[in-house]
Write a protein that binds this ligand. Structure first.
Ligand SMILES: Cc1ncc(COP(=O)(O)O)c(C=O)c1O
Ligand SMILES: [Zn+2]
Length: 410
């Protein structure tokens, strides 16, 4: 049973049928999926969710797809780990990490794409496409392969090599655009108007974005059906942050949890921090920037959901923090060395941002805190490869002993 009933403009509230579209024809506001929550309430319970598959599809009643098979590579239900070592260093007793590095294509983007690929197939598309800062390209290409669909993924030409290979390997057409992500995105809007393709983050964006709600649902469920006091979320377009908040609040509205007092904290790399800047200036309009940061997955200079992310910060009494590129690298090292998780630059932003929030007292020692680790470090190795060392030795005990002594280990 599918519970999505319509698309609704987030600005003027005009409703549209469930078709491939993103922008309101009346006021150019973005559209969002509307659900029949009364019907969902009758169907859903903690028990019904717990009986579901160990993937995002355990929350199917709250995702905008019809009946029938889903395009499933087993996205979601990733570990929520208690981070005692990192917590000790930061003076936090109750710190958890949501480890989305272990999704099928190693980032949280598999959550949005499993939903997008499913709805695209249901709408009769034979081609899946996207504008990507890197991670989305891999997720789209892999799910298209699984679904037997054609794929075109558009990326900025200067992307990390592993992200290009990690998308191309699934057999899509990789279009490397000579420009920034914002150029790629503009091009994709034009292409979407001219070809009948399902651009997951353009013409089917309202459906796609709903997949990120599962990062709110899962954390609540894994914490034993309660929302955290703080959530630290990396922001590029701002969609993920708004959907984590939406997911937690849907659970409250459906009576699955009694309250959401979560403060939503956004983090961005300083070299691309238009939403953090707007927050600091106390304005709700985001001024586009030209990105210049090693955190390429977050390098969106003109964020589509920046305004809505700022609204969530207001509603949740959250904060906004920017971190420098050296701090991004420090964050990656700190996470790896304390908790055994090698995560990408977006997580370096999160961990350094978290450290600042802990130091400033914005997060209290006993507060239940969740940091979202959204992508795998093997994809952005170039930013840390100069800071790791190996010991060259001959295959003899004497040579090894020499190395031990030379490094002061003996
Ligand atoms: C690893 C990672 N984390 C976070 C984000 C931010 O997502 P959003 O664009 O929804 O703000 C991205 C976006 O590409 C990403 O790749
Ligand atoms: Zn409108």
């Amino acid at each position: 049973m599918a519970f999505a009933t319509a698309l609704r403009c987030r600005e003027c509230s005009r409703e549209y049928p469930l078709e491939p579209m993103n922008i309101c024809e009346w006021c150019f506001g973005p559209c969002e999926v509307v659900y029949d929550y009364e019907a969902i309430r009758k169907q859903i319970s903690r028990k019904s969710i717990e009986a579901g598959p160990l993937t995002v599809w355990r929350y199917r009643d709250l995702l905008p797809v019809g009946d029938g098979p889903v395009v499933d590579l087993h996205a979601g239900y990733t570990p929520l780990l208690k981070a005692d070592n990192l917590g000790r260093m930061l003076g936090l007793d109750n710190l958890y990490l949501k480890n989305d590095c272990v999704n099928p294509t190693y980032s949280f983007k598999d959550r949005v794409v499993t939903v997008a690929a499913t709805i695209a197939r249901q709408m009769g598309f034979d081609t899946l496409a996207c504008a990507s800062t890197g991670n989305l390209a891999g997720a789209v290409a892999a799910h298209a392969a699984k679904a037997g669909m054609k794929a075109y993924v558009f990326i900025p030409a200067d992307l990390e090599k592993v992200k290009v290979v990690g998308a191309a390997i699934y057999g899509p057409t990789v279009v490397a655009v000579n420009g920034s992500y914002d150029d790629v995105n503009r091009l994709c809007s034009e292409v979407a108007d001219n070809y009948r393709w399902a651009f997951v983050n353009v013409n089917i964006r309202p459906y796609y974005a709903e997949g990120s709600k599962t990062l709110g649902y899962e954390v609540v469920e894994q914490l034993g059906w309660r929302a955290p006091d703080h959530a630290i979320v990396p922001v590029a377009s701002g969609s993920l942050l708004t959907k984590v908040w939406k997911g937690m609040n849907e659970f409250k509205d459906l009576g699955l949890i009694s309250e959401v007092k979560t403060r939503m904290h956004m983090v961005q790399p300083l070299g691309c921090s238009p939403v953090v800047t707007a927050h600091a200036e106390g304005v709700m309009s985001v001024k586009p920037v030209k990105p210049n940061t090693i955190a390429k997955s977050l390098a969106i200079g003109n964020p589509a959901d920046g305004y809505y992310a700022l609204k969530v910060l207001k509603e949740s009494h959250g904060t906004a923090t920017a971190v420098t590129d050296p701090e991004v690298i420090e964050g990656i090292h700190l996470l790896a060395r304390t908790e055994g998780i090698f995560a990408e630059t977006a997580a370096g932003v999160v961990i350094s941002g978290l450290r600042k929030l802990a130091q400033s007292g914005a997060i209290g020692k006993h507060d239940l805190t969740v940091a979202y680790i959204t992508g795998n470090g093997l994809k952005t190795q170039e930013v840390v490869e100069d800071s790791v060392k190996t010991w060259p030795v001959q295959p003899t005990l004497a040579s090894f002993r020499h190395a031990l002594a030379a490094h002061g280990h003996a």
